[in-house]
Design a protein around this ligand. Structure first.
Ligand SMILES: [Zn+2]
Length: 81
């Protein structure tokens, strides 16, 4: 979660964002997150950051053999400058 927030914040900073509007993530089949559970953690982790009001779109992979199956992959990020 911390790594994900760091990536979101570094992309936002690199693009001169005032805020992050939306992020899209994919939950790996072995990531141990349900969408609801991930959303709770995201809200906590994003509090006080540039992504605090971001909409979160979550997709879930069922492919346990995907090399990123244990990860939460940042697929897209939409910012406002
Ligand atoms: Zn938890």
């Amino acid at each position: 979660m911390r790594g994900l927030m760091r990536r979101i914040e570094s992309v936002a900073a690199a693009e001169g964002a005032r805020r992050v509007v939306r992020v899209a993530v994919r939950l790996g089949a072995l990531s141990h997150f349900s969408p609801e559970h991930f959303r709770e953690h995201f809200v906590q982790a994003a509090a006080g950051t540039i992504a605090r009001d971001a909409k979160v779109d979550i997709s879930v992979s069922r492919d346990t053999r995907d090399p990123t199956a244990q990860d939460v992959v940042l697929e897209d990020i939409e910012i406002e400058t």
